[in-house]
Design a protein around this ligand. Structure first.
Ligand SMILES: [Zn+2]
Length: 485
C-alpha cells in the first residue's frame, strides 16, 4: 500500500453552537498547531458580524469584525490558515428562520433550504458572501457548504423551471452551485472554492462535466464512519477527472449522535485511520489531493441540542491530528498526546459505557469542563440506575404512589439514593457554571445547564418531595379507586 500524506489538516470550528470566547482560541491555537493542524475551517453561521440589512442574523454573542481580525493575527502566529465556510443552498436555517427571509424557503413551512429560483435568493447569497469575504481579504479559500440539500425542486416555480429546461434534480443543484461559484470567482479570481460533495456523490461524470462546476470548485468528501466507507467505488477517479483538487473530511466530534456529550475517541481515531487507508488504496486515482478537514460538529443543525463541547473534545482532536501526522496510532502516539495535554495517565479513548472513573489531573485549556461533563454523565447514569432499580420499580411504581400505598422502609432507601445524586449534581452545577464561562459565553451556559442539568435536578427534586409525602403517609391502607371493570 502506498503511503499518503495530508498536505493540509484543517480543524473545523462549527460556531452554530457553543462558540468559544476569543481567549480560548488564544489558548488552543499553540496546541493544535503543535499537533499538526495547518488551518481552520470556520463555519460562522450566526456568529459572523453581519451588518446593515443583515444585522438581524447575528447571534447575541456574535464575534465583532475586530474579533475576526484578531483571529487572523492569532492564527498567523501559529501558521494556521483560515477558510471561512458559508452555506449557500441547504442548512440555511439560521437565515430562513427569520420572518423576512421566509419567502425564499423552498418549502414554506420548512426552514432548511432556500429556493434557487426566487428572485431574492441570489442577491441575498452574494451579499452575505461579500460581507464574509470583506473580513477575509488575505485568505485563499472559501467553502460554500452545499451539503444535505434535502428540499430541492419542490416549489411550483422550481418545478416549472426544471421542466422548461429539461433538468434533473442533480442538474438543477449543480446549476445553482455553478451560478454561486461563478459569481465568487468573477469577484475574487484568487480564491479557491470548496464545497461539500454529498449532493454530487452519485452524479455521473458526464453530468458533472457538462455542468461546468469542475472548473470552479473543489469537492470535500466527508465520511465519519470507520472500517467501511459508504462511498461509490469510482468516486475518486470520477472526481479526479472533473475537479482540479480533492479534499476529504473526517470527524473528531459531533458525528456519533445528536445528543452525544463525550466523544467516543477510539471511533474518531479509527475514522482517521480509515481515511488514511482508503486514500492510500486509491492513491493512483487521485490527481491533486489537497488535504483533510477534521470536522467538529457542535449541533446536527441550527435547531438541534448541543453535542460535545470543544473543550471536552480537545483530547480527541489532538489524538486525531496525531494520527494524521504520524499515519498510525501507536502507544507512543497515545503517550505523546496524553503528556502534551498534561494527563497523568493515558487519555481514555473508550469513555463508554458510563459510569467510568473521571479523568482528573489534566491541565489543557478547558480541562475543568472535560472533568465536569464526565462527572455529570456519571450522575445521570446513577439516577438511571436508581430509576431502574428493584426498589423503585417494585415498591415505588406510578400505580402504588397514586394509591398512596408505599412502604416507608423502601421509600427512605430510595430517597437517600436520589438525594445523594441531587446533592452531587447541585454541587457540580455551582462549579461547572464558572468553568463553562471561562470557555463559552453566557447564552451557551444557559443552554447547556438548561438542557442537561436543570431538568434532571427538577425531576430529582420532585421524586424527593414525593418520597417525603409517602413517608409521611406512613404505609397505610391502599386508596381504592372506583373502576369500570
Ligand atoms: Zn423553488
Amino acid at each position: 500500500m502506498e503511503d499518503v500524506n495530508f498536505p493540509q489538516r484543517l480543524v473545523h470550528v462549527d460556531l452554530k453552537g457553543a462558540p468559544p470566547r476569543m481567549n480560548y482560541y488564544e489558548q488552543i491555537f499553540p496546541i493544535i498547531a503543535s499537533m499538526g493542524a495547518t488551518g481552520l475551517l470556520v463555519e460562522y453561521e450566526d456568529m459572523f458580524p453581519y451588518h446593515g440589512r443583515f444585522s438581524h442574523l447575528r447571534a447575541p454573542h456574535a464575534y465583532s469584525s475586530e474579533d475576526i481580525a484578531a483571529l487572523h493575527t492569532l492564527a498567523a502566529t501559529y501558521n494556521l490558515s483560515i477558510i471561512p465556510l458559508i452555506q449557500t443552498f441547504g442548512h440555511f436555517e439560521f437565515i430562513l428562520k427569520h420572518d423576512e427571509h421566509r419567502p425564499i424557503r423552498e418549502i414554506e413551512h420548512y426552514p432548511n433550504a432556500l429556493c434557487p429560483t426566487h428572485p431574492d435568493s441570489f442577491p441575498l447569497v452574494t451579499k452575505l458572501i461579500t460581507q464574509v469575504l470583506e473580513l477575509h481579504t488575505s485568505d485563499k479559500f472559501l467553502h460554500i457548504g452545499a451539503d444535505e440539500v434535502w428540499h430541492i425542486g419542490k416549489c411550483p416555480r422550481c418545478q416549472d423551471y426544471m421542466e422548461d429546461k429539461k433538468m434533473s434534480i442533480s442538474e438543477f443543484f449543480l446549476a445553482w452551485m455553478f451560478k454561486v461559484a461563478w459569481w465568487v470567482k468573477k469577484q475574487h479570481p484568487h480564491l479557491t472554492i470548496i464545497m461539500w460533495d454529498d449532493m454530487m456523490r452519485n452524479v455521473t461524470a458526464d453530468v458533472l462535466k457538462s455542468s461546468g462546476i469542475g472548473e470552479l470548485v473543489e469537492p470535500m468528501v466527508w465520511q465519519y464512519q470507520t472500517a467501511n466507507f459508504d462511498l461509490p467505488s469510482d468516486i475518486f477517479s470520477r472526481y479526479s477527472s472533473i475537479f482540479k483538487g480533492l479534499w476529504t473530511a473526517s470527524a473528531f466530534k459531533g458525528a456519533t449522535g445528536s445528543t452525544q456529550f463525550l466523544p467516543p475517541i477510539q471511533h474518531h481515531i479509527n475514522n482517521q485511520l480509515t481515511w488514511k487507508r482508503v486514500l492510500s488504496e486509491n492513491k493512483g486515482e487521485i490527481k491533486n489531493f489537497r488535504g483533510i478537514a477534521l470536522t467538529g460538529w457542535q449541533r446536527y443543525d441550527h435547531y438541534a441540542v448541543l453535542c460535545e463541547l470543544l473543550p471536552v473534545a480537545l483530547p480527541s482532536l489532538c489524538l486525531c491530528l496525531r494520527v494524521l501526522t504520524q499515519g498510525s496510532f501507536t502507544e507512543s502516539d497515545h503517550d505523546y498526546v496524553s503528556q502534551a495535554l498534561g494527563f497523568p495517565h493515558r487519555i481514555n479513548v473508550l469513555p463508554f459505557p458510563r459510569p467510568q472513573v473521571v479523568e482528573q489531573g489534566a491541565n489543557f485549556p478547558g480541562h475543568k469542563v472535560y472533568v465536569g461533563v464526565q462527572m455529570w454523565s456519571n450522575f445521570v447514569c446513577k439516577y438511571q440506575a436508581i430509576s431502574n432499580s428493584e426498589g423503585m420499580l417494585g415498591w415505588f411504581s406510578d400505580y402504588l404512589r397514586s394509591r398512596n400505598f408505599t412502604n416507608p422502609v423502601q421509600v427512605e432507601n430510595i430517597m437517600s439514593q436520589v438525594n445523594e445524586v441531587a446533592e452531587n449534581l447541585s454541587e457540580l452545577r455551582t462549579h461547572l457554571i464558572p468553568w463553562l464561562l471561562e470557555v463559552v459565553y453566557e447564552d451557551t451556559v444557559e443552554e447547556w445547564v438548561g438542557s442537561f442539568i436543570d431538568p434532571l435536578l427538577k425531576k430529582l427534586t420532585s421524586v424527593i418531595e414525593e418520597c417525603k409525602t409517602q413517608i409521611m403517609i406512613g404505609g397505610r391502607v391502599r386508596d381504592y379507586k372506583k373502576s369500570d371493570y
